[in-house]
Design a protein around this ligand. Sequence first.
Ligand SMILES: [Zn+2]
Length: 72
Amino acid sequence: MANPKDEMQERTCRSCRQPYRYPGRGSLATRFHCEACAELPAPVRAAFERFHRQIALLTSRIEQLERQVSVR
Ligand SMILES: [Zn+2]
């Protein structure tokens, strides 16, 4: 039986929120970041993570407002 740690997993990148496979053979991807983001400097990844939190917040706010408008 394969070690579950070695199994390929579908993960979501913490930085760009894109799905990626981990661990990929010869891939630079880490447990938390996709291959593209793994090469970015840490402050840039941190900025992306901040932006995504803001976007998630705004998206849910917009959905709230849309529901209010459609009730009227
Ligand atoms: Zn990424």
